[in-house]
Design a protein around this ligand. Sequence first.
Ligand SMILES: C[S@@+](CC[C@H](N)C(=O)[O-])C[C@H]1O[C@@H](n2cnc3c(N)ncnc32)[C@H](O)[C@@H]1O
Length: 275
Amino acid sequence: MVTASWPTVSPMGAEEKFGRGADEWLSGLGLVRDAVRQELVHRQLLAHLPQVEGPLRVLDAGCGQGTQAIALARLGHEVVGLDVSGKLLHEARRSAAEEPTTVRRRLCFVSGDLLALGDEHTGSYDVVCCHGVAMYLPSLDEAIAALCATCRPDGLLSVLTRNRAGIAMRAGMTGDWVGAIEAFDARHYRNRLGIEAVRADEPEEVQAALTGRGAYAVAWYGVRLFTDHWGPERPGPGFAELLAAEEEAGRRDPYRSLAALTHTIARLNGRANGH
Ligand SMILES: C[S@@+](CC[C@H](N)C(=O)[O-])C[C@H]1O[C@@H](n2cnc3c(N)ncnc32)[C@H](O)[C@@H]1O
């Protein structure tokens, strides 16, 4: 397991920004919207994970409550979950404690800012995940640069970002016509957690940021199209079919372009990071 040191410096802005919505985020876990997001991200990532003998070294940057980190550890991988929020890390550790010892031993949840990782983390991970974090950070490019720096050459990146086109979609689907009209040209919006000025990026912008840092997108998916505007419904009968429909929409045009979130899978060039 990784023993490197972790920066505990709190990023002014990032933690502050998400922290205001942390309780609301926690109360939404397990609802249909969260279940669709987590299950699709997991399935989409799984399709690209290298089939190797032995565990992959994974960094889940901004791991939150640890859903994806734990799912990857269950598959046999060694996962570091990094987050700035003590509250979310507490949840992640609580969930990890319920796992069998073999899974628990492969998990390490640490406090730190993904934008302030030291040189000792450069090129350290086979897989770097960052799901639902970049929209709270000041710059997409800075976030992508930090993630690429921790990835080993030829390693995999899995980045979930807010999709710009999804802002007007959600407003329109809820009958908020004024909001929809404003959203067509918006870059920022007030999200469902009540956080103001959350940034949304276009899939092409994420791909360009990756290219600028020595990585290339191997695939991109939409996440949550049909259910993005839903309320606090819990998964019930028919959820498997709902997931199958969301999964299909997420992988094909034009539907994926209108989903709430964009999941980009990228590979770091073999010679990136000075290797
Ligand atoms: C919306 S939650 C997503 C949690 C998890 N990745 C998921 O998809 O379920 C965003 C997480 O990013 C974390 N975060 C925000 N800025 C961060 C930073 N600079 N470094 C590390 N974590 C950060 C927050 O504390 C929060 O746990």
